[in-house]
Design a protein around this ligand. Sequence first.
Ligand SMILES: [Zn+2]
Length: 55
Amino acid sequence: MPDVTREVPFVVQIAWTRIDAHRGERCRECHPCGWCPGMAMARAQIAAWRKTRPW
Ligand SMILES: [Zn+2]
C-alpha cells in the first residue's frame, strides 16, 4: 500500500472517490438541481479532515 493510505483516513479516501465520480456524472442520490447529499457529506468530511492538517 502507498504511504497515502496511512496519511489519509479511509472515510476521506471514500469521500474523494465519491467526488471524483461526480466529475461529469451524477449518482442516484443527486437531485435534479445538481445538489447531492452524498457529495455534501463527502465535502464536509474532507473539510473536517483538512482542519487537522497544516497542509
Ligand atoms: Zn450524487
